[in-house]
Ligand binder design. Structure first.
Ligand SMILES: [Zn+2]
Length: 512
């Protein structure tokens, strides 16, 4: 079996490559970008795997490169990503890699003499912000990418393209918050750290388990196939032991240095909304492939033992770490504290609701109630049974399988999204496109699967920037979760101008 892969220089990709190569009967063809840093990796991979690996150098958004990559491949795994904070600073790189790359790969796969089965790695970021009001998420939930988050938006556009490309076999896997070896070192250089909401739900999965999942899928293919797996959208969940909050994550990570969030910064330094992260109600991938082995607790223990840095850091007084590390971070251009100081109103409204809201946040930990994930059901082993009444509605009879969907189901789902299904009848499969209209009057096509199981809706609305305040007013589908962290009276539209500046405007309210 020949597996083509992108993103193997990244955290998940390197794990996936190493683990599928443990499998007999697997050869790989991997795409490395031309950057010099990959020269060493290329040599190492050739040395390690010899003739079992073929290395292509090129860009994932280059048509010819993608055609070479997929030619003769049985499976294609797209793990290439430009993630925050780089995507925040270099939106063009995010667009090219996260969106254009997926387009080129899907086109190449669709046009190949023999279509490879295409696994596209997407992200939990497409779901947008969650609070403990609705911590549980699953495929089919509304996609509400955080305001000004290029990464989430480009990934959302990418997975839609993959789902709509008419491939014979695709799978979209939404990666959760991922634990990897360099996680602390990578995240103490950028204000991005403070985008995390303290009491927001997070579910972690390790890069190692994510790589193991890809290996398990490959194994199953070799053994004869994954009939029930293909043509689906899934979440790469981490499991009950890995569900926590933003605060818990900081507390776990910082404890390696002998510190805690309370020692390093103030509650008012973190965003109160506009982040992403949730607890996964569906365990479909775990049921199929049994890949969840690592726990958050075990992960931090392992990291603490492995790096002498943390032992040394424990000897440094917390006050010094606060002064030299976190105070510097608070002044970074990507830190909410910096936006407040500089009066970057659009970002402050997106992150807090407004300047007044941001300035009235507790500066003292004594005035801040830290939520306990366990109390909110986060540690429960079988969430789907336990949280049924807390799930978001998808606006149609979910007891039906996709093959049983009727045009009436489509009409009900469309109305719940504030729009309409314009088609008169269903296609031969739920993957055949229908015509729809959104609440703003745009007409678009999408397959029932993309809408009902993907959670996607109108692409024209997306192209107008982040307009979810207006859309939620007409869409009960969005409203059920949007108003957990937005006031009903808000009416903002956020976008980037041609120079890449974050812009916003208050849209005049429509009076009934
Ligand atoms: Zn629209």
């Amino acid at each position: 079996m020949l597996i083509a892969m992108t993103g193997v220089s990244g955290s998940m990709g390197s794990e996936a490559l190493a683990q599928v190569m443990e499998q007999e009967g697997v050869r790989t063809r991997v795409l490395l970008t031309p950057r010099k840093g990959n020269d060493k990796l290329e040599k190492e991979l050739v040395k390690q795997y010899g003739a079992r690996i073929e290395i292509l150098r090129g860009q994932v958004y280059d048509k010819k490169t993608c055609e070479k990559l997929v030619s003769g491949a049985d499976m294609l795994v797209n793990m290439a990503a430009v993630i925050p904070p780089r995507s925040d600073k270099d939106p063009k790189a995010s667009y090219l890699c996260n969106y254009k790359g997926a387009v080129c790969l899907a086109d190449a796969a669709a046009n190949a003499a023999v279509q490879p089965k295409f696994i596209h790695i997407s992200t939990v970021a497409v779901y947008g912000n969650r609070t403990l009001e609705h911590p549980w998420g699953r495929p089919g939930d509304p996609l509400l990418p955080a305001v000004y988050d290029h990464y989430a938006l480009h990934k959302m556009m990418a997975e839609r393209y993959v789902m709509e490309r008419g491939l014979k076999n695709f799978a979209v896997l939404r990666q959760s918050a991922m634990l990897y070896e360099g996680i602390i070192f990578k995240n103490i250089h950028d204000g991005l750290l403070f985008h995390t909401t303290l009491n927001g739900p997070l579910e972690w999965v390790s890069a190692r388990d994510s790589g193991y999942l890809i290996r398990r899928i490959a194994e199953r293919e070799l053994a004869g196939g994954n009939e029930t797996f293909w043509n689906g959208v899934y979440d790469i969940a981490g499991g009950p032991q890995n569900r926590c909050t933003g605060y818990d994550t900081f507390a776990d990570g910082f404890s390696l240095m002998g510190g805690s969030p309370k020692k390093y910064f103030k509650p008012c330094h973190c965003e109160t909304r506009n982040f992403h992260g949730l607890w996964f109600a569906d365990g479909a991938l775990e049921e199929m492939f049994g890949y969840q082995r690592d726990t958050v607790k075990g992960f931090w223990e392992e990291i603490g033992k492995k790096y002498k840095f943390f032992k040394a850091a424990k000897l440094v007084p917390s006050a010094l770490i606060r002064l030299f590390l976190f105070r510097r971070l608070l002044g970074d251009g990507n830190a909410p504290a910096k936006w407040i100081k500089e009066g970057d109103e659009g970002r402050v409204i997106a992150a807090f609701g407004g300047m007044e809201e941001a300035l009235s946040l507790p500066r003292d930990w004594e005035d801040f109630a830290v939520a306990d994930a366990a109390q909110w059901g986060g540690r429960e082993a079988r969430p789907l049974e336990n949280c049924k009444d807390k799930l978001l509605s998808h606006g149609y009879d979910e007891s039906k399988r996709p093959s049983e969907w009727t045009i009436e189901d489509m009409r009900a789902a469309a109305a719940f999204r504030g729009g309409a299904c314009l088609s008169e009848k269903m296609g031969a499969t739920p993957y055949e496109k229908l015509q729809w209209s959104c609440s703003e009057g745009h007409v678009f096509s999408a397959s029932p699967y993309t809408v009902l199981k993907g959670g996607h809706w109108c692409p024209a609305c997306l192209s107008e920037g982040w307009n979810f305040d207006a859309l939620a007013q007409k869409s009960p589908f969005y409203a059920q979760v949007w108003y957990d962290s937005h006031a009903r009276g808000e009416n903002m539209r956020y976008w980037f101008d041609e120079e890449g500046n974050a812009r916003f405007e208050e849209v005049a309210k429509e009076r009934a």
